[in-house]
Design a protein around this ligand. Structure first.
Ligand SMILES: Nc1nc2c(ncn2[C@@H]2O[C@H](COP(=O)(O)OP(=O)(O)O)[C@@H](O)[C@H]2O)c(=O)[nH]1
Ligand SMILES: [Mg+2]
Length: 125
């Protein structure tokens, strides 16, 4: 075992809480993720539904360390297989997370079926 391998194992033994950024498409999840990560890793585009898979990065700030997870756009009524897969990825991210950060667009306000999202969030315990 060389020194490099040892260092990686040391890092992995420290538990990091997971913070999942969740919300509808185009509410600024990836922008927030990139800002907090201080890197442009997540894909930020105007086109809705760009971020399909979960992306995560370890964030270390003076207040503490955590793993930040970006997710795709939550669909309350998925109409395609891709949308269903995105929702599945989101549900996995939420069940892995200690904190679910539900982001909304302040200009759009609440959407008519936002109560459905309440149920999705509550159902992940
Ligand atoms: N006006 C405004 N636009 C934002 C803000 N955050 C993100 N955007 C823009 O909204 C669009 C969608 O952002 P993105 O982070 O990809 O949203 P996501 O689909 O939720 O990940 C991009 O064009 C961003 O530049 C914000 O706080 N204010
Ligand atoms: Mg995104």
């Amino acid at each position: 075992m060389n020194e490099e391998t040892y260092d990686i194992q040391e890092t992995e033994t420290k538990p990091r809480p997971i913070v999942a950024v969740v919300g509808r498409k185009n509410v600024g999840k990836s922008t927030l993720f990139n800002r907090l990560a201080n890197k442009r890793i997540a894909i930020v585009k105007d086109q809705p539904g760009t971020t399909r898979d979960r992306l995560s990065i370890d964030v270390d700030v003076p207040e503490g360390s955590f793993t930040l997870m970006d997710t795709g756009g939550l669909e309350t009524d998925p109409g395609t297989t891709i949308e269903e897969q995105i929702n599945y990825q989101i549900s996995m991210a939420m069940s892995d997370a200690e904190v679910v950060l539900f982001l909304v667009n302040a200009q759009d306000g609440l959407m008519p079926d936002d109560p459905t999202i309440d149920v999705m969030l509550i159902s992940i315990d």
